[in-house]
Design a protein around this ligand. Structure first.
Ligand SMILES: [Zn+2]
Length: 109
């Protein structure tokens, strides 16, 4: 069971969200995904605020999480979801090192 997105269906690897609108944030669009992102975002009205979620080393890439995060979803499920929705196989550090899932069910590949 996923904690972060109650609409996520692990059997199909898809999230059944409820679209409420679209927006383009050109600066934030430059950030790549990581399953162990170092930036998190929140909305203040029509603004998006990005803040460091942990210390970021000099020279370290600034990343956001498109969904899902390694703590909640197994690597196999994350990669399936990202491939389906963003058409890439994630090669972030959490995927390469296969960080252990912390919350929810652990699904072995
Ligand atoms: Zn990853």
């Amino acid at each position: 069971m996923l904690v972060s997105d109650p609409t996520y269906d692990p059997t199909s690897g898809s999230a059944r969200g409820y679209p409420v609108g679209n927006a383009i944030f050109p600066t934030l669009a430059l950030l790549n995904h990581s399953c162990d992102n170092n930036v998190t975002k929140y909305f203040v009205g029509s603004l998006v605020v990005a803040v460091a979620a942990r210390d970021i080393d000099v020279g370290e890439e600034v990343t956001e999480n498109y969904f899902p995060h390694y703590a909640y979803v197994s690597r196999a499920e994350r990669r399936r979801w990202l491939q389906c929705h963003y058409n890439f196989e994630c090669a972030c550090q959490a995927c390469v090192a296969d960080y252990p899932q912390i919350f929810g069910e652990t699904n072995k590949e």
